[in-house]
Design a protein around this ligand. Structure first.
Ligand code: C2G
Length: 470
């Protein structure tokens, strides 16, 4: 089996540069500054032909660089415009440097001395040259000077509140300092010894009437609509746990309100923002497994054993978990044509559900969720040339296997996933706000509607079944 990390995954024109000394260097080059420029110029002076590898966004996120303010396209363009740079390439994965040394027959690999020692392994392929870094300038410093810190207020106090606060620490341009909950006593207790969250509110209007620029809503689903609506009307960007609304018309209304107010409204589906998940979609887009015939994804958690309160579990397995498999099904197969539910109920709520959807050309989506049954939480995407397997827990996508009938052609993608994965979502939310983009390509409003619709349809189905049973 091939490890994708050592495979050349794009092809460029062969370079024939006889008797020329080839230099290569890599970087993010966010907000290109004179520190970058000095390094690039000195790198060029080491030889005749300078190749610059610009890191792509997925790769940067996977190596913990969450705060890049410019798009990959913009950063590449800025480097392409430098007349002393001869070739610009995209750097997409960790082992690419070693591959490039061979591919481009590189004489010298140059990089700033903040990396001293880190690339000594490349001496096996070329000569590694560390150049002095320019003091007093950095992209981090420029970002701090250029952009305001985005203050986020937390709405609701629950199981995951602290995890969100902890993860936001890794996103440098956000600050969380306020929280709202109807439960005044709980809020008092939470903020009492909390170093970051100093301000607790039990009045939502007062909470919104502060300097916060955005809110993160994590309450029970039936409160989402009102909380989101008020926040958007108060000019705040909104990140909200799924479902955004439990009524079709309410969801539409919220999306058009976000559009009217020119604010971000994003569902907090963390899987959508993981670097490995983005890479997975990119891989599928390239057609590597052919026409996709089926997407199968499972998510089960025995919540009782995890000490979740009964009231939480009573929301039902579908409401709690279906959004994750629905995200994968929707991203890969697009709009669905039909939907069927095969649920098992206990005390009036579903402890498991098998959701089958049909899509264009008869492709099938098979989503399995459960809180009263434990199963393998993996996902398989099957095509007519091969399949992709994501091991459990697939929704915390880290590794995936691309497999074919001829197993020698199979390969693996393996990514680091820092923390519990929330930081990538917070980084995407803040970068949308910072870049003035309302929509995330990773989770478009149409995706949010399709994912939300599965829940709405199931609740409708349950209601009809109840009425019929009467
Ligand atoms: N640099 C510099 N002086 C600065 C800032 C950066 O000389 N004040 C250099 C860095 O040492 C690096 C290059 O400019 O060689 C690009 O820096 P970044 O954009 O920060 O990229 P970086 O994360 O260092 O990329 O594959 C990516 C590379 O391994 C490293």
């Amino acid at each position: 089996m091939i490890d994708k990390n050592v495979k050349v995954i794009y092809s460029k024109k062969e370079i024939s540069l006889k008797n020329k000394k080839i230099i290569i260097t890599y970087g993010t080059y966010d907000m290109l500054h004179h520190g970058h420029m000095r390094l690039l110029k000195r790198a060029k002076e080491l030889g005749d032909y300078l190749i610059v590898g610009v890191t792509d966004e997925i790769y940067d996120r996977s190596r913990g660089k969450l705060n890049v303010s410019e798009s990959t396209k913009k950063r590449m363009k800025a480097i392409e415009e430098l007349d002393f740079v001869d070739k610009v390439i995209l750097e997409t994965h960790k082992n690419q440097k070693a591959e490039d040394m061979v591919k481009y027959n590189v004489d010298i690999f140059a990089i700033g001395d903040d990396w001293v020692g880190a690339f000594d392994y490349l001496n096996e392929y070329t000569k590694v040259h560390y150049l002095a870094r320019t003091e007093g300038i950095s992209s981090t410093k420029l970002r701090k000077e250029t952009f305001d810190i985005i203050k986020i207020g937390m709405v609701g106090l629950g199981h995951d509140t602290q995890a969100f606060i902890d993860e936001a620490e890794f996103v440098s341009n956000v600050k969380i300092n306020r929280i709202y909950s109807e439960d005044f006593i709980a809020i008092k207790a939470f903020t009492k010894d909390n170093e970051e969250i100093r301000y607790g509110h039990d009045n939502y209007d007062e909470f919104l009437d502060t300097s916060i620029k955005a809110v993160y809503v994590n309450t029970t689903a039936e409160k989402h609509y009102t909380l989101i609506k008020k926040a958007l009307e108060a000019g705040k960007h909104v990140l909200c746990e799924n479902p955004l609304a439990i009524d079709k018309n309410e969801l539409k209304e919220l999306l058009s309100l976000a559009k009217k107010e020119n604010k971000v409204l994003l569902t907090a589906l963390r899987t959508a923002f993981l670097p490995a998940f983005s890479q997975l979609l990119k891989e599928l887009d390239s057609g590597v497994i052919g026409d996709i015939r089926e997407v199968r994804a499972t998510r089960t958690n025995l919540l009782k054993e995890m000490n979740y309160p009964d009231s939480f579990i009573a929301q039902g397995a579908t409401n709690l978990f279906a959004s994750y498999p629905s995200l994968l099904v929707n991203k890969v197969l697009g709009k669905r044509e039909n939907i069927s539910f095969f649920d098992q109920l206990e005390d009036g709520y579903d402890t498991s559900n098998l959701i089958v959807t049909t899509h264009k050309n008869g492709a099938l989506g098979v989503a399995r969720v459960a809180t009263g049954m434990k199963s393998e939480g993996d996902a398989v995407i099957s095509g007519n040339k091969g399949y992709i397997y994501i091991p459990s827990p697939w929704w915390q996508t880290k590794i995936f296997y691309v497999r074919f009938e001829d197993e020698h052609k199979s390969y693996t993608y393996n990514y680091e996933l820092e923390g519990c994965g929330l930081r990538y979502m917070i980084a995407e939310f803040s970068s949308l706000i910072q870049r003035g983009n309302r929509k995330s390509k990773k989770l478009m409003p149409s995706d949010m509607v399709a994912i939300n619709r599965v829940l709405l349809d199931y609740n409708e189905f349950k209601k009809e079944n109840k009425e019929e049973g009467k």
